[in-house]
Design a binder for this molecule. Structure first.
Ligand code: SF4
Length: 367
């Protein structure tokens, strides 16, 4: 918190209008899962085989200067030099979130050392049945659970990241929070799914009104022991309690193609340098207010969490709002939301994608 606060204040004092908060570093697109809602793994085989080198990763981190680095993918544990990348970022005192589906975590955990700079952010989309359905892999939940237990036991920092889609049962998500907290994870991260054009399942992305309704039901009347590793104001945004404009430069993305315009979710071209990304992107073309069709339903953390953080540290009023939400926001008592939990939300979808994994995917797990 202190690192982020002092970084944001330094940016504000230096008069920077656009500054990055988290670098989204995608060292590869390969994955050992094929989730129905994913828009990242549909590249041809010759692209999926490519990796960023550790040197390319360090150069991107130095150019961008964000205090936090999130390593999604693909599945980063499939990268042949992931331990060098992580060690190099720890040496640079960057706070790393290594986003993994954890299928390989137990097997590869000896590659890493516990550090305050390293957090395993494990992809868990809900309770067992829901998670396995979401990642199209039977047994995926149990493997991830085992890996979380092992990582916590060994003294690693562990958080979870959960993407929610239409048809999610809020009571089940609340039960999932209880399960995760009992495992000893440090905090949970949530986001609605983004409606990638390339995702195989196009029917279950949430519109804005449904996102607010779902998150309102899940996060109101919350239990005191639930810990979220996110800005409390971003969670209020998801619940429909406050409005933010998108900050697409807040979480810039670097991958094998270069710096991606304008955000983690859209691909409107690439730049060779971070400075070029900031200077040449037509930022006014993006965000819900821009009228851009691709941004219309987006409430994803990679666009809006940085807005909440900027709001928090941008003024005393923002700081007060965040402090109030953290210290006194407490349980967000809401009778209407409690009532909504008693009535069935739209039934969970029929199976859209079979719970199987192709042989080629199994082979990739052993690469
Ligand atoms: S609204 Fe969403 S898709 Fe559009 S620029 Fe912002 S983060 Fe990207």
């Amino acid at each position: 918190m202190w690192t982020v606060a002092s970084y944001v204040l330094r940016q504000k004092l230096s008069g920077k209008k656009r500054y990055p908060l988290v670098l989204m570093l995608e060292p590869l697109f390969r994955c050992n899962l094929a989730c129905a809602g994913c828009g990242k793994i549909q590249y041809p085989a010759h692209i999926l085989k490519k990796n960023l080198t550790p040197e390319q990763c360090f150069k991107a981190v130095e150019e961008c200067q964000a205090p936090m680095v999130s390593i999604p993918g693909g599945e980063p544990l499939l990268h042949p030099q992931i331990e060098q990348i992580v060690a190099g970022l720890v040496a640079r005192k960057k706070y790393i979130y290594l986003c993994t589906n954890a299928l390989l975590l137990k097997e590869k955990i000896d590659l890493f050392k516990p550090s305050k700079y390293l957090t395993f952010s494990v992809h868990m989309d809900g309770q067992k049945e829901h998670h396995d359905f979401s990642v199209c892999r039977e047994g995926g939940f149990d493997i991830a659970l085992e890996a979380i237990r092992e990582a916590v036991k060994r003294g690693f920092r562990v958080t979870t990241n959960t993407t929610l889609f239409d048809g999610t049962d809020p009571n089940s998500v609340r039960g999932f929070f209880d399960e995760m907290m009992s495992l000893g994870v440090e905090g949970m991260m949530l986001s609605p799914g983004y409606s990638y054009d390339k995702a195989p399942d196009q029917q279950h992305f949430l519109g804005r009104a449904r996102t607010r309704r779902l998150f309102g039901a899940i996060l109101s009347n919350r239990k005191k022991n639930w810990k979220f590793n996110q800005s409390p104001l971003f969670l209020e945004f998801l619940m429909g309690r406050r409005h933010y404009k998108c900050t697409p430069w807040g979480m810039p993305t670097y991958n094998i193609f270069g710096w991606q315009k304008p955000c983690y979710l859209l691909q409107d071209g690439y730049c060779d340098t971070f400075a070029e990304l900031i200077e040449t992107t037509e930022w006014e073309r993006y965000g819900t207010e821009s009228g851009n069709r691709k941004c219309a339903n987006c409430m994803v953390h990679s666009g809006y969490e940085a807005s909440a953080v900027d709001d928090t540290f941008g003024s005393l009023a923002g700081l007060f709002r965040a402090a109030k939400a953290t210290l006194f926001g407490g349980t967000y008592t809401d009778e209407k939301a409690a009532e909504a939990l008693k009535h069935p939300f739209p039934a969970a979808p029929e199976q859209i994608v079979p719970l199987t994994i192709k042989e080629s995917k199994r082979e990739m797990e052993t690469v």
